[in-house]
Structures are given as structure tokens and as C-alpha cells.
Design a protein around this ligand. Structure first.
Ligand code: PMP
Length: 393
């Protein structure tokens, strides 16, 4: 039976730079001790207090169909958090609860792009972006940045790359680069959106992981609230990746259509998960800082280790749970380096090539194992790079 092109073409075909990841998984399944610095998943689990709230909600009977837009309490809690952090007036009517940020990205592109229309995004990118856009029936267009600008898009790149598009997807703090967009880049993004009359889809799932500078939501820029859809999630901020809970924040009319879309797709998010999320948001900023803490420490370990050598350079690690390393001085591309590191040192990292063409010759290292194991793996990675560079010389 024929399967629709929209689905068969989601991944776009070709080598996608994920061979290293799958090889690492096979080695682990075969019992080998591989240090995995690949996926954006905390080395802690969801806190006992959040799970307790989830359990109480479920036992209390919140196991039937929940309200499709989200519970009033959670919509209000998310709106209050956004209003407090951005200063933009935000109410429950601006929020729809989704099963995670990924589902929010898919819904946002379905809302904004008609079939065959162009949706722009920034390369390097979170691996699912082009497939999510294709799955929504739109055409992905990458705006390819360069390491020389720390992978921040320039105004010229944004203007040219969004011409004829209907939406622009940006992500700050950024996965995979760890870069945070400052006021200048955000002003360029807003200018391109206004000049080319685009929706901005702003993926802010790493908004609590900020090490250097500040996270500014582009929705707060002049003229942007009416054309911005913010994607948020509890996955990274509260170590709730498995609970699948996130949201979209946007203009009321858009949210109304998104609720209609949810009625015909997900039919909402489990009530006990929403109650746990409401509880978690009610715990305030300290809990979020605690969940982010290990990555803050490991980022400091990374900077200290990098300062002791001069082969590997880092893209400024300002936020998120990753560091992006420039290994071009070794003469290896990202994929070859990552494969040999896996074979020789049993350390798994992601080649930059997994995240588009801009990050070729780079590695994304997820800081997702305990501090001692992380420092050891990083030291061995850097020593490996130094040996490669010496052989090359
Ligand atoms: N956006 C980015 C940039 C991500 O890295 C991720 C997850 N790794 C997501 C969205 C989706 O997260 P979730 O669906 O768990 O909320």
C-alpha cells in the first residue's frame, strides 16, 4: 500500500550523521562501557516531589480526558511565568498545553504553513527541525550560519533566507551550539520577520539553562508579540523529558486554532501530568536552578579543560546542556573524529554534521554524565585531539 510522500519524505534521506549514535547504542547493548555524551537528557530523574504530585493527582481521579487546551491551573501558571519573565502581558488565553515541545513545534508549523509553503530555520539546528517542517507539509529552508559568527545568523543571512518564506524558526539558548542570541541578533531576527511578514516560531525549551548573558524572548521585542509563537517545555527545566509536557504561547486567535488542531490530533495531555507540571512551576525558580546546576558546573569544567590546550576551540558555551567544539585543527571531520573516539576511547559524542552543514568539523558534547566522569571523558577527548593534530603535523 502506498504511504504518503509527506510521511516517507520526513527524514529527507541520505546520511544524516547519526551513524555514530546508533553504533554507540549497539556497543552499549552488547555490554560495552561507553560514556555517552550524545542525547540531551539529564543524568538525574524527575524529582520525587513532582512524582508525588503526579501520583496524588492520578489517585485523586485525574485520569480521565483532560481539557484539550490544558487545565485552567496549568495555563494560568505558564502564562504567569511568561509574563513575569518577559514583561509581555500574557493570560491563559495565550497558552495551549501540548505533549512536549516537539508536538508544539509540529503544531506551530501546521498552524503557520500551508501545503508547500516555505518554513525557514537556522543551521546548525536541532535534528528534528527539517523533518517536523516536512511532516507539516511545508518546505524547509536552512539559513546556514558560520563558525566565524559563532553560528549566529547575520542580518543579511536572515533577510535573504526568509524571503518568500512564511515562518522562521529560531532556538535560543541553542541546541546544538550552546550559543545565546543577544539583543543585536534578536533585533535582526525581528527585522527580518517584520520585513518579510513572517511568523516567528521561537523555541525556548532551554530558557532556564543560561550560563553567560541573559535569555531574551523575542516575543518581547517591539511589534513581535502578534507574530510570535513561543515553544516551551518542562523537559529540560524540570527534568520531565518522559512526561511529555510543553506549550505554545501566542496570540489568542492563533491559540484558538491550535486548540482546534489539538482536538483533532492529541486530544490533550494527561490530567495527572498537567497537575504535576502545575505543582512543579509552583515550586519557583530555585528548583529550576537546581536542575540546571550540574550543567553549569560542567560548563565551568569544560572551560578549564579547554584552557589547558590549544588544538580544540570552543564556540562560546553560554547556555543549554551542550558544548560545541571546533576540531578542524585535527584534520578530521566531525564524523570521522567521533567514530574514532568511540572506537578507541569508548566515548560517544555527536558529530556536528548531525545538525546540518554549518557545524561540519565540530562536535556536540552533551554534558550529561556526572562531573567526575565528564571531566575524565573530556580530558581523554582533548588528548585524543592533540594526538591527531600531532600526527598531522
Ligand atoms: N527543541 C529543542 C531545541 C530540543 O533540544 C528539544 C529536545 N531535545 C525539543 C525542542 C523537544 O523537547 P520536548 O519535546 O522534550 O519538550
Amino acid at each position: 500500500m502506498k504511504i504518503s510522500d509527506r510521511i516517507t519524505d520526513i527524514t529527507g534521506g541520505g546520511s544524516d550523521g547519526w551513524d555514530v549514535f546508533y553504533k554507540a547504542r549497539r556497543m552499549i547493548a552488547a555490554g560495552e562501557a561507553v560514556i555517552e555524551l550524545t542525547i540531551g537528557e539529564h543524568d538525574i530523574r524527575t524529582s520525587a516531589a513532582i512524582l508525588d504530585a503526579m501520583h496524588k493527582a492520578a489517585i485523586g481521579g485525574h485520569t480521565g480526558y483532560a481539557m484539550v487546551p490544558g487545565t485552567p491551573a496549568l495555563r494560568a501558571a505558564v502564562a504567569a511565568r511568561i509574563a513575569a519573565r518577559t514583561g509581555v502581558p500574557t493570560g491563559p488565553e495565550n497558552i495551549v498545553i501540548t505533549p512536549g515541545g516537539q508536538a508544539a513545534l509540529f503544531a506551530a508549523h501546521n498552524l503557520t504553513c500551508a501545503h508547500g509553503e516555505t518554513a525557514a530555520f537556522i543551521d546548525p539546528y536541532y535534528a528534528t527541525y527539517p523533518g517536523t517542517i516536512r511532516g507539516a507539509g511545508a518546505r524547509p529552508r536552512a539559513i546556514v550560519t558560520t563558525p566565524e559568527s559563532d553560528f549566529r545568523p547575520t542580518r543579511a543571512q536572515l533577510m535573504a533566507g526568509t524571503e518568500g518564506a512564511v515562518s522562521l524558526l529560531v532556538n535560543t539558548p541553542n541546541n546544538p551550539t550552546g550559543v545565546i542570541y543577544g539583543p543585536e541578533t534578536l533585533a535582526d531576527i525581528a527585522a527580518a520577520c517584520i520585513a518579510n511578514d513572517l511568523w516567528l516560531i521561537s523555541d525556548e525549551v532551554y530558557d532556564t539553562q543560561v550560563w553567560d548573558g541573559a535569555h531574551i524572548s523575542p516575543r518581547s521585542l517591539p511589534g513581535m508579540a502578534d507574530r510570535t509563537l513561543v515553544v516551551g517545555s518542562m523537559s529540560k527545566s524540570h527534568a520531565m523529558t518522559g512526561s511529555r509536557i510543553g506549550w505554545i504561547c501566542g496570540p489568542q486567535e492563533a491559540i484558538g486554532h491550535l486548540i482546534n488542531l489539538a482536538t483533532h490530533t492529541t486530544y490533550g495531555v494527561p490530567g495527572f501530568v498537567q497537575d504535576a507540571a502545575t505543582f512543579a512551576l509552583g515550586q519557583g525558580d530555585a528548583v529550576e536552578a537546581e536542575v540546571a546546576g550540574p550543567f553549569r558546573r560542567r560548563r565551568a569544567l569544560t572551560l578549564a579543560a579547554l584552557a589547558r590546550q590549544n588544538v580544540v576551540k570552543a564556540i562560546p558555551a553560554q547556555g543549554a546542556m551542550y558544548v560545541m567544539l571546533d576540531i578542524r585543527a585535527t584534520g578530521l571531520d566531525g564524523e570521522a573524529f567521533a567514530l574514532r573516539l568511540l572506537e578507541e576511547e569508548k566515548i560517544a559524542v555527536m558529530p556536528g554534521e548531525s545538525f546540518g552543514q554549518a557545524a561540519a568539523g565540530h562536535l556536540r558534547v552533551a554534558m550529561t554524565v556526572d562531573d567526575a566522569a565528564y571531566a575524565d571523558a573530556l580530558a581523554r577527548l582533548l588528548a585524543f585531539a592533540e594526538r591527531q593534530a600531532a600526527t598531522r603535523a
